[in-house]
Design a binder for this molecule. Structure first.
Ligand SMILES: CC(C)(COP(=O)(O)OP(=O)(O)OC[C@H]1O[C@@H](n2cnc3c(N)ncnc32)[C@H](O)[C@@H]1OP(=O)(O)O)[C@@H](O)C(=O)NCCC(=O)NCCS
Length: 197
């Protein structure tokens, strides 16, 4: 588990843009999402296959949802790292901070990688950015929520050392109206789970 964490969590202060080499020899650029990225992110969302869209927490193919995302980025509530290749978005990772006072030590991670670039290490690289940003902003725990069907997501976070916190039955409803169980998994970025200030 330590090996997984050490590989995924870069030690230097975050500075962007940065280049990441993928398993297929291709390079992608990572940078922070800004106010001018709405159209690019929308184009990426609309390029995703129906299976991916089925399980999105919010409908990011809707421009109004992207506009809210941009607002959250501007306010600092969300930090999003975009992965780009040839000027197009090919993935992203977001760290969402919780505004509930007693959960202010938590950050939620959401990651999406373009289907044609999966299994090349981009998801792991993006997760590493989220861990580093979480640590730099003083968060203690990063958590993910996914349905049991999201097997690649489960595989990714298990490899990174996340552990199961809860199984929530019929907790989400997909775009077709079907309910699914949710697995909530977390990673202790701060290294001290049970202590309070
Ligand atoms: C989950 C997701 C982001 C992973 O991205 P990725 O770029 O393919 O992941 P990586 O290539 O970095 O793989 C990371 C690790 O997970 C493993 N993994 C990824 N997908 C896997 C799969 N389908 N089956 C088994 N293992 C898998 C890899 O082997 C790798 O382990 P290693 O580094 O020890 O070799 C991508 O599949 C995706 O966008 N899925 C749809 C959206 C989603 O479910 N998002 C998660 C919501 S939080």
């Amino acid at each position: 588990m330590f090996r997984a964490m050490a590989e995924a969590m870069p030690t230097a202060e975050r500075s962007y843009p940065r280049t990441v080499g993928l398993g297929n020899g291709q390079s992608v650029t990572l940078r922070e999402m800004g106010a001018g990225d709405a159209e690019r992110v929308l184009a990426f969302a609309r390029s995703l296959p129906p299976d991916d869209l089925l399980f999105l927490r919010t409908d990011i193919t809707d421009p109004a949802v992207i506009a809210q995302w941009v607002t959250n980025v501007a306010s600092g509530r969300t930090i999003t790292i975009l992965a780009e290749a040839s000027g197009a978005v090919v993935g992203y990772a977001s760290l969402h901070k919780d505004e509930v006072t007693w959960q202010r030590h938590l950050g939620e991670m959401r990651i999406q990688v373009a289907p044609h670039l999966r299994a090349q290490g981009l998801g792991r690289a993006l997760a590493g950015e989220v861990f580093a940003l979480a640590r730099d902003t003083g968060l203690r725990k990063v958590f993910v929520q996914m349905t049991e069907e999201q097997r690649s997501a489960r595989a990714l976070v298990e490899r990174l050392g996340f552990t199961i916190e809860a199984l929530l039955q019929d907790f989400v409803v997909d775009r077709s109206g079907r309910t699914h169980d949710v697995v909530l998994m977390s990673y202790d970025v701060g290294g001290h789970t049970q202590h309070v200030d």
